[in-house]
Design a protein around this ligand. Structure first.
Ligand SMILES: *[C@@H]1O[C@H](CO)[C@@H](O)[C@H](O)[C@H]1NC(C)=O
Ligand SMILES: *[C@@H]1O[C@H](CO)[C@@H](O)[C@H](O)[C@H]1NC(C)=O
Ligand SMILES: *[C@@H]1O[C@H](CO)[C@@H](O)[C@H](O)[C@H]1NC(C)=O
Ligand SMILES: *[C@@H]1O[C@H](CO)[C@@H](O)[C@H](O)[C@H]1NC(C)=O
Ligand SMILES: *[C@@H]1O[C@H](CO)[C@@H](O)[C@H](O)[C@H]1NC(C)=O
Ligand SMILES: *[C@@H]1O[C@H](CO)[C@@H](O)[C@H](O)[C@H]1NC(C)=O
Length: 252
């Protein structure tokens, strides 16, 4: 039996822990300064998940209370995918980063579908939820996704994944709704997004309005602001490597 005083301690210390927001996450590269990641007070932060475009978590993230989501970035090393996923008992997988963009994973949609059938689909039987390729918000994004979904007709794409950059909420909402209009039966993860205005007032308003709005949409499953990893990019981190006001709005 747990002594009453100990129970009391457990309950009261529990009160200091912020309620995790199951939708809200962060992106950062594993080459980044660990202290940038650790600057998030994990006790206070509402962030519930993190990804870094890689397959295995950096050591300083292991055993934190933040879920690491592995990603199969492109075709490279895909033969190691199954063992990496199994090794960390991952429940969810992200796939192909910006395959419609020639400076990112740059994959032909039919080839991506073949890779999916051979290496990704088998993970479904292991109970892993599979995220669709992460398209950009440029004009190549949605056409690439349509081609992929046709080529991969029998694939278990459990949710769709998109990125968005621009200025102001209107274009962001239009993009999300046009995706939802085409795939009303899929939930969506926004795995990179930012207001690129570079004006602190506008960016703060954007992050405030979009996070509030995405919390209300049941088909938006998760979202992650981009720019946590780079000092001052999209105003997430101040030059001192501590959180900016924008950063605080996202993680606290
Ligand atoms: C993190 O937040 C908790 C709860 O507010 C606080 O007790 C703790 O001192 C903070 N840790 C750091 C390193 O700031
Ligand atoms: C499993 O994960 C641990 C920790 O990241 C790593 O050291 C090890 O090499 C991994 N093993 C395999 C087979 O991937
Ligand atoms: C899915 O479709 C591909 C291509 O037509 C085929 O090779 C594969 O066997 C199918 N898989 C399942 C599980 O039906
Ligand atoms: C969505 O699911 C419904 C109900 O299963 C189905 O009738 C409809 O065709 C689906 N829509 C698309 C675009 O797949
Ligand atoms: C930010 O841009 C808005 C117009 O979009 C302008 O009204 C405001 O003064 C700017 N703020 C700063 C701090 O530059
Ligand atoms: C948005 O701003 C309002 C007013 O400052 C604040 O009360 C609210 O918590 C903010 N919402 C988010 C999601 O940051």
């Amino acid at each position: 039996m747990v002594p009453l005083t100990l129970l009391f301690l457990i309950v009261t210390s529990g009160l200091a822990v912020a309620k995790k927001d199951s939708k809200r996450g962060l992106t950062f590269p594993s080459t980044n300064n660990p202290e940038d990641v650790l600057n998030i007070n994990q006790t206070q932060s509402v962030i519930s998940w993190i990804y870094d475009w890689a397959l295995s978590p950096p050591s300083y993230l292991i055993n934190t209370n933040v879920e690491y989501v592995p990603m199969q970035w492109g075709a490279g090393n895909i033969e190691n995918l199954a063992s990496a996923v199994k090794n960390q008992s991952a429940k969810t997988l992200l796939t192909f980063n910006e395959p419609d963009f020639n400076q990112q994973s740059n994959l032909d949609a039919t080839y991506a579908a073949e890779l999916w059938q051979k290496y990704i689909e088998p993970l479904k039987d292991e109970g892993v939820r599979l995220g669709g390729p992460a398209i950009t918000s440029s004009s190549t994004g949605l056409p690439w996704l349509r081609e992929f979904m046709t080529a991969c007709g029998n694939c278990s794409v459990d949710f769709l994944t998109v990125h968005w950059y621009g200025e102001g909420t209107a274009g962001f909402y239009d993009y999300l709704w046009s995706l939802h209009g085409q795939y009303p039966n899929h939930t969506v993860w926004v795995t990179e997004y930012a207001d690129t205005a570079g004006n602190a007032t506008d960016v703060l308003q954007f992050i405030n309005q979009t996070t509030t709005y995405m919390e209300t949409l049941d088909w938006i499953e998760r979202y992650a602001w981009f720019g946590y990893n780079v000092c001052q990019l999209h105003l997430f981190i101040a030059s001192t490597h501590s959180l900016s006001e924008t950063g605080e709005r996202h993680v606290l």
